[in-house]
Every structure is written in structure tokens, then in C-alpha cells.
Ligand binder design. Structure first.
Ligand code: FRU
Length: 489
């Protein structure tokens, strides 16, 4: 009984009955996760406004409630005490104003004087291309969210830049407020409709969080593709970590295999000279389904990250189930040997009933939500198959090629085949001998962590059989933990 709904429809209460029916239908899906956030209806993409505010974690997200497709983006909202179980707070931003007539796009949250400032991009299309608009909504201590009456707070793009200008990230540095915007510059300076030629991060400054002055672009000595989306910045051990989601970076043999990439830069941001001195750059995730991550500070001011568990406009076998995508687990960020590590927060890793570590060739989880861990030696061939006889995905280490890989070509439900069925990393670029492997399976959402987060593969699988078998090519000391709690109230 799916209704055909115009792509730029925004939510209003008249849709409640229909959306309730859709939500019930979504609950019949065989592929729902338990410890990953997913949309109760429709499509979820980027995490937005991540924050610890007023004694709670807040996770906002890009949301088109009416279909498992990109459409009118709202900000959805969930709150949590521990980033494990969430309380659904429904709609945070409904794009019902003229200036945001094609959606409330991504942005971050900034706490100031007891209020949470939610910055977002007001998507605004015309026959002559977009007009870039950035907007603000403010949440008070009672949780009430109000759009700023002076919206948009920034209108238009600077000369020479495309109006594909978005994803504000506001932060404080040396007593001043700054905003990063993701954008795209025209090589010849001439405005055209659509993207320009070179991705850029634009820097703005403000004294009051409402009025913003454009300072210029940040000099980034990297491949910036044709567009940079979703900038995010955090500080770890005195270093700046800048996260970017570039479109159009050059494919390398083993990196940047997805339609769009997410990268991190470790170094130093100088807001005065608008430079970022890069000490390390790498792709954040080596899997198939990861993009637009955002960093935030937790209860103890620790650096955390959540990413979108998806990328671009993928086609999944479940596209007619009326729900699509989700978010990654919340991860702790740290730096070791000048590399960024990310690993699920303790509250999540503690949510599994761990069995004793045993030498086994097979494991039989009695749920579709579990954690498996073991070690491999990169100098020995190894293969792990998860699924059933003729429907499985593979994790492997191959000495001959020196590759650690995820293969999803042997799944019966094929996924996004246009972008390949294997993702690999050159083991020797990261590891010497032993590598710990932690696999978190949450039904169709899988995250594989090597060396406690030095490399991560995030990817979706849609296994047809209810029972899964985890099969090793040789005996392994392995631990299996079943997920304990149900979540997402
Ligand atoms: C990244 C992105 C953002 C934009 C949002 C729209 O996935 O394209 O740049 O704000 O999604 O949903």
C-alpha cells in the first residue's frame, strides 16, 4: 500500500497514520540491526549535530521519512545516556520554510551559554542552479528547537565558488568562533550550475554565532577531488584531526574504491594563515558502506565519531522494504604512531555476553547480533567465511598478494555490484605480524576492526538464512559474544 509521495514533501501530522503503518512494515524486515541506529521509516544518511548536551547524548541525522530514497531531508533526533540504547525524539528540523524548500542538509552542533546551536544547510534549488544558504536552529534546556528568525545566516557562495556549498561545522579556537563549509571552486572562476572543479574548505568567522564573515579557503595540500563535503574537526593529544568527505578523489589500487571517500588528516590547523599542515592522511574506512562521518566530544570530553553506514546512491537488495541505511557504532578516536584509530566505545563492547576464548574451527552464534574476536598473523594465509553453504561473505589474509580483504561476491543477495565485490588493504602498510580482528555483526551491518581500530571495514550484507556459521580455514583461538540488550526505544 505504498503511497507515491512527492520527493520534496515535508512531514506534517496528516501523515502520521500512514507513517505508523510504514513503521510497522519496516519492523517486519529480516535485516534490522539492534545496536546500530536505523530509520524507523525511509532513508537515513549523515549523522548531524552530534553532541553531549544537558546530560544527554544527542544524535541528529539526515532523514527522508517517506521512502527508502533520497528526498526532502529532515533532521531526525535520538537521545541517549550511553550511545548504546537510544530514545527516538522524532523530527528535530522539518524543512517547512521557504529558504529550505528542498531540505535541511547536514551540519553540526555547538554548545554556547546553555543552548545547543544546530547549524545546517538550507537546500534551495532554482531553475538556474542552487542558491547556497546556511541556517541555524537553537535547542534550549527543555529540548525545544527553534529556527533562528534571521535565517539564512549565510546566503550565496563567494565569487568563483559553486553554490554546492554546505555542511557547516562550527568550533571555537583562541576565543573566536569559526565555521568550516564544504565547497567546490571553479578553475576559471566562472559560475556554472552544479559542482565546480576543485573541492575546497571555506573558513568563516563570527563574534556572536549569528553573523559570519568569510575569510577564505584553507590551504590543503591534498587531492581534494571536485567537492569536499562534511568537514569535521577534533583535537586529540594536542593535534588537530580534520575529517573530510571528498567527491572525485583519484582511485588508488587499494584505496578510495567507493563512489565517494572519507579521509582524515592529522596535523595542525592554523586559522590565521588558513593552512593545515598535514602529518598524516589516510582513508578512514576500507569497507564498502561508509561516508560523511562526524566527530564530537563525549561526556568526558573524549573525541568520538559516528559515520553514515552508506555511501552515495547505492542499490541494496532491501530497497523495497521502506527503510535504508543507518549509522555506525559510536567510536572512540585516538592517535597511535601518528595514525587515527577508531574503536567502538566501551559501553558498546561491554554489551556482548562473551564466551571463553576457545580453539575452534567453527562458531555458531545463536543470534544475528554478535561479536567475534581472534588474531591472525599476516604471514600466514587465513580465511573466514560467515553465512551458510552458498551464501556467505569472506574475510581473508593472503600472503602471496599481501592483502587483507573483505569479499562479498559470494552472497546470494548481490550488493551495489557496480563498485566491485572486494575491498582490500595492503597488510604490510599497517601491520607486522599479529593483528587482532574484532568483528561486530549486527544482522545486515558489519564492522571489522583490525588492531583495535587501526583499520576498519564497514559494510552491509544481506544473508538469507536465519542461522549463521562463522567458519575459519584453520583452528583459531576465538571468542564469541552474543549481543545482550535490545535497543532503540
Ligand atoms: C553527504 C551529503 C551532504 C549533504 C547531505 C544531504 O552525504 O551529501 O553533503 O548535506 O548529504 O543529505
Amino acid at each position: 500500500k505504498k503511497k507515491s509521495i512527492e520527493k520534496y514533501t515535508f512531514y506534517s501530522p496528516e501523515w502520521d497514520n500512514y507513517l505508523d503503518e510504514v513503521a510497522q512494515y519496516v519492523q517486519t524486515s529480516r535485516f534490522l540491526p539492534k545496536y546500530h541506529l536505523y530509520p524507523k521509516t525511509g532513508l537515513m544518511n549523515d549523522p548531524n549535530g552530534l553532541s553531549y548536551f544537558n546530560g544527554k547524548y544527542h544524535v541528529f541525522y539526515q532523514w527522508f521519512p517517506f521512502d527508502a530514497a533520497h528526498g526532502m531531508k529532515h533532521w531526525g533526533h535520538a537521545t541517549s545516556d550511553n550511545l548504546v540504547s537510544f530514545e527516538d525524539q522524532g523530527y528535530a528540523i522539518i524543512p517547512d520554510e521557504e529558504y529550505e524548500r528542498h531540505g535541511a542538509y547536514s551540519g553540526n552542533a555547538f554548545e554556547y551559554e546553555g543552548k545547543l546551536y544546530l547549524y545546517y544547510t538550507a537546500n534551495y534549488k532554482t531553475d538556474n542552479g542552487k542558491i547556497a544558504k546556511q541556517a541555524l536552529a537553537v535547542m534550549d534546556q527543555t529540548g525545544k528547537i527553534e529556527k533562528y528568525s534571521g535565517n539564512p545566516i549565510i546566503e550565496g557562495a563567494p565569487t568563483g565558488f559553486s553554490d554546492e556549498l554546505r555542511d557547516p561545522f562550527v568550533f571555537k579556537r583562541d576565543g573566536n568562533f569559526y565555521m568550516l563549509l564544504g565547497g567546490s571552486r571553479f578553475a576559471d572562476g566562472q559560475r556554472r550550475i552544479g559542482f565546480g572543479d576543485i573541492g575546497e574548505i571555506l573558513l568563516y568567522k563570527s563574534d556572536d554565532l549569528f553573523h559570519w564573515e568569510y575569510l577564505g579557503t584553507i590551504d590543503l595540500p591534498i587531492d581534494k577531488g571536485y567537492m569536499l563535503e562534511c568537514p569535521s574537526l577534533t583535537r586529540i593529544d594536542g593535534k588537530d584531526v580534520l575529517i573530510l568527505s571528498p567527491m572525485g578523489v583519484k582511485r588508488e589500487k587499494y584505496r578510495f574504491q567507493n563512489r565517494f571517500a572519507a579521509i582524515y588528516l592529522i596535523g595542525k590547523l592554523d586559522v590565521k594563515n588558513r593552512t593545515f599542515q598535514v602529518e598524516m592522511l589516510d582513508e578512514l574506512d576500507s569497507g564498502f558502506d561508509f561516508y560523511a562521518p562526524q566527530t564530537f566530544y563525549g561526556r568526558a570530553d573524549q573525541s568520538l565519531m559516528i559515520g553514515w553506514f552508506g555511501c552515495g546512491e547505492q542499490i541494496y537488495p532491501t530497497d523495497d522494504e521502506m527503510w535504508k541505511h543507518g549509522l555506525t557504532m559510536s567510536q572512540n578516536l585516538s592517535i597511535h604512531n601518528n595514525r587515527l584509530y577508531r574503536y567502538p566505545i566501551e559501553e558498546l563492547t561491554n554489551s556482548f555476553e562473551l564466551n571463553q576464548c576457545k580453539k575452534v574451527k567453527e562458531l555458531f552464534p545463536n543470534t544475528k547480533h554478535y561479536h567475534v574476536s581472534f588474531d591472525i598473523n599476516i604471514n600466514e594465509n587465513f580465511e573466514l567465511k560467515v553465512g551458510s553453504e552458498d551464501d556467505y561473505w569472506v574475510f581473508s589474509n593472503q600472503v602471496e598478494t599481501g592483502l587483507v580483504s573483505i569479499h562479498r561476491g559470494s552472497l546470494s543477495a548481490k550488493i551495489d555490484e557496480g563498485y566491485g565485490q572486494v575491498r582490500s588493504i595492503k597488510a604490510g602498510d599497517y601491520f607486522e605480524n599479529n593483528v587482532t580482528v574484532d568483528i561486530f555483526v549486527d544482522n545486515s551491518f558489519v564492522e571489522v576492526y583490525l588492531n583495535k581500530g587501526e583499520r576498519v571495514f564497514s559494510f552491509r550484507v544481506f544473508l538469507v538464512n536465519e542461522k549463521q556459521i562463522v567458519k575459519f580455514s584453520k583452528q583459531k583461538k576465538a571468542t564469541l559474544g552474543n549481543y545482550r540488550e535490545t535497543h532503540y526505544v
